[in-house]
Ligand binder design. Structure first.
Ligand code: DGL
Length: 265
């Protein structure tokens, strides 16, 4: 079984890519909607949440954790991933591989405020691609729009356009460095133009976990996906069905991680 976690609906864009690559694998997705958005939280709180998410998936016995949250990966860059019996696949590694494959040099990063503040993306890309120039822009307005289902029309289009105007011109690639953003891909295409390549690290995440699973073989798995939230389960069911196109998704409510946090960045 493969585990995926995020603060909310964004992780579904990772689930989708893993499912495409591994149609028979069993997946469990945990959405920590009790604490969404992560992007406005302090590093200390984000570290605590990241560890709790990994522990929750470990307790389910997953063999791999495909991280569906860039903000957690940015925090792990500073604090390290916790010990886990599962192999952990990090989105920043996957984004870097995708940029190398695309031969990108002038690179824009659009991400949550916490991810941008960490500087993790810029540091890791410059290490892997020394000739690169990297610009990072925070987009705090976008996650709340996706969580509220406001993904079509002027409001999300203008919000994405506003973020993209903060990037320099003539970029080779822009990384959608928050898993909520691929839901808004059409607005990014409208704002950036077709000449700028959009990088969604979820594709490489899926390739990497597929390589692991295929090397082991799992004839006993049936291709089920369990979607678990610690937030509003009725709303979650509606949004999962809308984003995944599944008519009757296997949705569960969990009281896991429903602790209060007081810190705000
Ligand atoms: N989707 C997450 C990410 O990739 C977190 C977004 C948020 O909760 O602010 O960063």
């Amino acid at each position: 079984m493969i585990g995926i976690f995020d603060s909310g609906l964004g992780g579904l864009t990772v689930v989708r890519r893993v499912r495409e690559r591994l149609p028979h694998a069993d997946l469990v997705f945990f959405a920590d909607q009790a604490h969404v958005p992560y992007g406005d939280r302090t590093p200390e709180d984000l570290d605590r949440l990241m560890r709790a998410n990994v522990a929750w998936l470990d307790a389910r016995g997953v063999e791999a954790i495909v991280v569906g949250c860039n903000t957690s990966c940015a925090i792990a860059d500073a604090y390290g991933w916790p010990e886990s019996s599962a192999a952990i696949f990090d989105l920043i590694d996957s984004a870097t591989i995708a940029l190398q494959r695309a031969n990108a040099r002038r690179i824009g990063i659009v991400a949550t405020a916490a991810t941008v503040r960490s500087g993790a993306y810029g540091r890791r890309i410059r290490e892997a691609i020394p000739q690169s120039e990297v610009w990072e822009v925070a987009a705090p307005a976008l996650v709340p729009l996706v969580e509220a289902g406001r993904i079509a029309g002027d409001e999300p289009r203008d919000a994405v356009a506003d973020v993209c105007t903060q990037l320099p011109r003539e970029l080779d690639a822009v990384v959608l460095a928050c898993t909520h953003y691929p839901v808004l891909a059409e607005h990014f295409t409208a704002a950036l133009g077709a000449g700028v390549r959009q990088i969604d690290p979820a594709f490489v995440q899926a390739d990497r976990v597929a390589a692991l699973v295929e090397s082991r073989g799992h004839a006993d798995e049936r291709g089920t996906t369990r979607y678990v939230t610690n937030g509003d389960v009725a709303l979650f069911r509606h949004n999962v069905a809308r984003i995944t196109n599944e008519t009757n998704p296997l949705v569960e409510e969990s009281a896991a991680l429903a602790f209060e946090l007081d810190g705000r960045a």
